[in-house]
Design a binder for this molecule. Structure first.
Ligand SMILES: *Cc1c(COP(=O)(O)O)cnc(C)c1O
Length: 417
């Protein structure tokens, strides 16, 4: 079959006689890639900082930043330098042996988080799984819950990844349905509802798992004081507080962790995405010895977790955050973004939720869907992703400049006209 043959679902072309490079690659993807995503019709081949270039030489402002995996920008010179240096030296040892990279990375990450131990993994979902296993094992061996009875309270509207256990407690039918039988042991309460959480905790509850801000949910910000309330409640009841900061952490909200916005320290940080600098998957669970100390040799593991390449990049990421420069940028420029978007409320935008350089924008649903808005913004040179219905999520790399935020807000203004 030729690359350009028309087939059901193929993108419409203005002139099928002369397919563009974009058409060519979109066709190849439609023919050969499983359809578990529905990408916008742009084919990226190069990138730098906050900008990407497509196969036809058009430039776009990247206001998604790999779902916050690219907090430090595309091809960040410090992170690329760390990766390149490591690539020429040592890439993998497995955890059967030590490498000269893992200790320094974990020391620095633990210091950034103010915790004692790090358990390195690769993807975010693996880190969430690790946190679930940690809290169950802690429940049986430290708290004294009868074996097999541990329960974990989770939030409605959550997104924690895609494994069979994690989607077992997702309430998004697209993520959840037809993957059963499901893993038991989870209780769902409304996000931001402290009374419901209190009522859900029993003697068998080992942990509360939450996103300090729900990213995939549409940048949903809980009521003021809720995180602090969760912290007090979990401490009183002897339950671990697990903060999934995979998307909210590492500078995005103007603080190192979103929990910092309420001066809350969870028992367990779950990190990923930006920890790999947009180069390699690096995730981690970070906690004190009283919690992560439950693991013994062989009780958990990963072939690639903690590999020297990932550790070198991860340590360089921690180095960038240790200066506070990126957090400061996110806070300062986040105000510019919020001001710009707030001006559009009532002019095609119903509501804006903003923390640092992270915004959920609810469009007037009678005007267009989030998907349509994403298409139109693409035509205006800005890349974003819709979440649910009429919501668009904005999360540019933290290296974005003030005048580039104006480009973004201008593009919104134009598509709403
Ligand atoms: C992206 C994300 C995950 C899953 O990370 P993967 O690397 O895709 O497995 C988990 N939790 C949150 C909050 C996320 O945003």
């Amino acid at each position: 079959m030729s690359d350009t043959a028309a087939r059901p679902g193929a993108r419409e072309r203005t002139n099928p006689q002369t397919p563009t490079a974009t058409d060519h690659h979109v066709s190849l993807a439609e023919e050969w890639v499983a359809s578990n995503y529905h990408p916008l019709p742009v084919v990226i081949s190069h990138a730098e900082g906050a900008w990407v270039t497509d196969v036809e030489g058009r430039r776009y402002l990247d206001a998604l930043a790999g779902y916050s995996a690219l907090n430090f920008g595309h091809l960040n010179p410090i992170l690329i330098g760390a990766a390149r240096e490591q690539l020429e030296r040592l890439t993998l040892t497995s955890r059967a042996f030590h490498s000269d990279r893992l200790g320094p990375f974990c020391r620095d990450l633990a210091a950034l988080a103010g915790k004692e131990l790090v358990l390195p993994m690769n993807t975010g979902a693996e880190a969430v799984e690790t946190a679930i296993k940690t809290s169950r094992k802690w429940g049986y061996e430290v708290k004294g819950v009868p074996d097999g009875r541990a329960r974990i309270v989770v939030m409605a509207g959550n997104f924690h990844g895609r494994t069979t256990t994690i989607i077992s407690f997702s309430d998004d039918p697209v993520a959840h349905d037809h993957y059963g039988p499901y893993t038991p042991g989870f209780d769902t309460v409304p996000y931001g509802d402290l009374d419901a959480l209190e009522a859900a905790i029993t003697d068998e509850t080992v942990a509360v798992l939450l996103e300090p801000i729900q990213g995939e949910g549409g940048v949903i910000i809980p009521p003021d004081g809720w995180l602090r309330g969760v912290r007090e409640l979990t401490s009183e009841r002897g339950v671990l507080m697990l903060a999934d900061e995979i998307q909210s952490g590492l500078g995005r909200t103007g603080t190192t962790f979103a929990c910092d916005l309420e001066d809350v320290v969870p028992d367990v940080y779950i990190l990923g995405k930006a920890l790999g600098g947009g180069i390699v998957p690096v995730s981690a669970v970070v906690a004190d010895r009283s919690v992560l100390g439950v693991f013994t040799p062989g009780s958990h593991g990963s072939t690639f977790g903690g590999n020297p390449l990932g550790a070198a990049v991860g340590q360089a990421v921690v180095g960038l955050l240790a200066t506070g420069e990126y957090q400061e940028r996110a806070e300062r420029l986040g105000k510019v973004l919020a001001d710009g978007l707030d001006r559009l409320v009532g002019h095609g935008i119903d509501a804006v939720r903003c923390r640092g350089l992270w915004a959920g924008v609810d469009l007037d649903p009678s005007l267009m869907t989030g998907r349509e808005a994403s298409h139109r913004l693409l035509e205006h040179g800005v890349l974003v992703k819709d979440t649910h219905g009429s919501t668009v999520r904005i999360a540019p790399p933290l290296v974005i400049e003030e005048h580039e935020i104006e480009v973004l807000v201008d593009a919104f203004e134009r598509i709403l006209r």
